[in-house]
Design a protein around this ligand. Sequence first.
Ligand SMILES: NC(=O)c1ccc[n+]([C@@H]2O[C@H](COP(=O)([O-])OP(=O)(O)OC[C@H]3O[C@@H](n4cnc5c(N)ncnc54)[C@H](O)[C@@H]3O)[C@@H](O)[C@H]2O)c1
Length: 394
Amino acid sequence: MNITLLGTGFIGRFYAESLHAQRRKDRIQMIYARSAESATRFAADFQIPHTSTDMEEAISHPSTDAVVIALPNHLHLPAVLACAKAGKHVLCTKPLGRSGAEAKQMLEAVEKAGVMGGYLEDLCYTPKFLKSLSSIQGGSIGRVLWAKSRETHPGPHSSWFWDKEQAGGGALMDLGCHCIEIARSFIGKDILPVEVMCWADTQVHPIEAEDHAIGLVKYANGAIGQFEVSWAFRGGMDLRDEVMGTEGTIWLNSFLRTGFEMFSTGKGGYVAEKAESNSGWLFPVGDEVHDLGYSNMFSDMFDAIEGNKQPLETFYDGYIVNAIIDAAYASSRSGVWEKVQIEGWRGQTDVQPTSHLTSYDDDNFLIKEEILPGGEKKIILKDKKTGRISQRTE
Ligand SMILES: NC(=O)c1ccc[n+]([C@@H]2O[C@H](COP(=O)([O-])OP(=O)(O)OC[C@H]3O[C@@H](n4cnc5c(N)ncnc54)[C@H](O)[C@@H]3O)[C@@H](O)[C@H]2O)c1
């Protein structure tokens, strides 16, 4: 693949490292930045042959197969529209839009132009996430009841993130998009997210947007998604997920304390994303671009383009995430559950909350069984006709 990369900031650098790693055949051929100086420096760092300070020129470069958008949130929409107009496949970083309405425009533009719209949600491509997802889909933990995802850190690295207008929100927009899509994937992407209850507030920083939010997303099958996000957390970047099913549980820790611990008196430099210190006991990450999902993500995106199929994460997924975030903001203002407004739902339509009744015998439902310290097994039952609860010991 020949790639045009838009943006030379934090995520642009991660993307370039991932795209040019380990003898990959995909190469960035064109880099766009606002200043020629940034473009030239980035081109030298990653051996990129062409540079431009004109976004449309960069997008329509004749050798470009796909455009990767690594620009601030308010520029995703104009950049995607320019790619659609130029007939180029487009991969856009998260969040897709600053609202469901913006994301919908992007989805419609790529579909009308007949180009692929890949949603660069890297945390749905980490090795741990992909392994968990396939084991859940294989039935390892039964029916998913609750999927919780947390991303908290001390706050972003550029001014535009802190500006509500340019970013479209605060920690909920920036980090909630990851957590919502992680939980949604574990619950099942074809299950309708119905309504959201969210608390969001500005606890620490002097900004208009929220720097902390917690929310619940109710799904049509009765499962519950939970997100916990903060820009006020101290101690690095905390990425953790927890999935509870009828037959088991999965706990994931993707960044802090993953088995790599190091002590330093502080003589080194960069440790890991959002690490607050380079002294004391530290938690580095072995291969950040792989452990954060970027490598698997780009492989899936380019395989999809070449195979004329959809990647795991599409613009449609980005739109659903934005619609859930819209409902979360509405709930944080109203203080009540708010319905998720989705136009053109593509998943299952006849899903009801799944029955929780397990038959034990002709007369009883099973509530639970437990082996007690004395070795005997207690069975707790509910009579199917009378509803009376009883117990037996074996
Ligand atoms: N895990 C992830 O997937 C992840 C992580 C970080 C950021 N992001 C996303 O990547 C995007 C960029 O974030 P970042 O962290 O790289 O930000 P950044 O501030 O580090 O870099 C932004 C880039 O855009 C350029 N830019 C800023 N304003 C511009 C304008 N008006 N016109 C043209 N170029 C402009 C900057 O010069 C810089 O090159 C955001 O949408 C963010 O949410 C994703």
